[in-house]
Design a protein around this ligand. Structure first.
Ligand code: 0X9
Ligand code: ZN
Length: 338
């Protein structure tokens, strides 16, 4: 009976231990920290629309494969009506793991709206045309990157053979199926069974068909580059001189903020790849189109850009975006070297 106090202690402590376990808060669902998830983007865009109803209009463009809403915000002097005016578009989040590519266009929308009342230059750009922003084109892949596999790239198409995902930036129709894209479902650059097989790329296709965009920036990460067509071939595009000049101006204005070098170059100088968004827009409609590969500059930290770099990455990309908007509104008369 020597052990009686110990036994009693154990018996009485079991309910306490259980209660302690039960009182533990359930583990928090994974989130993206200061980076925005699609749910947060939807909430924030709606909040911006109600804060700035005269200049912001939020649209649900359609749904991803798994049924998530793909949102756009249109910022303009009269956002609810279609006018004959210059239109420009900024798209982020083609690739799931490139979280910074979502926050940069989202913060651009927020800044344009917040500065409208107080900053004459912003007001003139917003009144002078329509600025469309799609922060997150691949919400399924992005959520999967948040929840399950941080380095996921593609969307979440079930390819039916045990593999998942189509590389949205190989799924556009211009030169679809060419070099630098893969027909293998397991590949990170799987182009899909046909051009525009994915609802996410069709959403951009349909928006572009309904508008008259004069320039696009498609944000990606990483490597600090400003890329222009062609990507599918090493041959120069018909407007290579103009595209190179615009890309150089964009890179210069980025550099002017935090002295970060983004290299302007033809997409194929990075690597030849077919079926991307910018080749398609330029190839189909001769729209000056740029892929900006955001921070960082190298594979360390690669896609896992610290949260502390969200704000500076946005800040340095702001004047570049403003430059391109202004260029569309002055029909190319904007001074190219800034
Ligand atoms: O491969 C891509 O889609 C882009 N790079 S990323 O690391 N963000 O995946 C680059 C697209 C540039 N286009 C071509 N090289 N064609
Ligand atoms: Zn990318």
């Amino acid at each position: 009976m020597q052990n009686r106090p110990v036994v009693l202690f154990l018996i009485f402590s079991i309910p306490l231990l259980l209660a302690g376990t039960c009182r533990q808060p359930p583990p928090a669902p994974p989130d993206a920290g200061l980076y925005h998830t699609n749910d947060e983007i939807i909430d924030e865009l709606r909040r911006l629309q109600s804060q700035f109803p005269d200049i912001a209009h939020v649209t649900e463009l359609g749904e991803s494969l798994e049924g998530r809403k793909i949102m756009a915000i249109k910022i303009s002097g009269s956002p609810g009506t279609e006018e004959e005016e210059p239109e420009v578009i900024f798209v982020g989040g083609h690739h799931a793991r490139e979280w910074i590519s979502v926050d940069v266009p989202f913060l651009l929308a927020k800044r344009l709206l917040k500065n409208y009342a107080t900053d004459a230059a912003t007001r003139s750009l917003v009144d002078g045309g329509s600025i469309w922003i799609i922060p997150l084109l691949n919400p399924d892949g992005h959520q999967y990157s948040v929840d399950s596999n941080r380095l996921w790239r593609k969307n979440r198409r079930n390819n039916g053979d045990g593999t998942f995902g189509v590389d949205l930036n190989r799924n556009y129709s211009f030169q679809w199926g060419g070099p630098g894209s893969s027909g293998d479902t397991f590949s990170e650059t799987y182009r899909g069974p046909q051009a525009f097989s994915e609802p996410e790329t069709r959403i951009l296709r349909d928006l572009v068909a309904a508008h008259n965009f004069q320039a696009i920036i498609s944000y990606h990460s990483y490597s600090q580059l400003v890329l222009f067509p062609w990507g599918y071939t090493r041959s120069p595009a018909p407007d290579a001189v103009l595209l190179q000049q615009l890309a150089t101006s964009i890179a210069d204005s980025i550099f002017s903020i935090h002295r970060q070098r983004y290299t302007p170059e033809q997409s194929s100088d990075l690597y030849v790849a077919s079926g991307d968004a910018t080749d398609w827009l330029y190839g189909n409609a001769r729209v000056p189109s740029f892929t900006i590969e955001l921070r960082p500059g190298s594979s360390s930290p690669g896609f896992i850009l610290p949260e502390s770099e969200i704000q500076p990455t946005f800040e340095e990309n702001l004047p570049a975006a403003l430059f391109l908007i202004k260029w569309t509104q002055t029909l190319g008369q904007t001074t190219i070297t800034m």
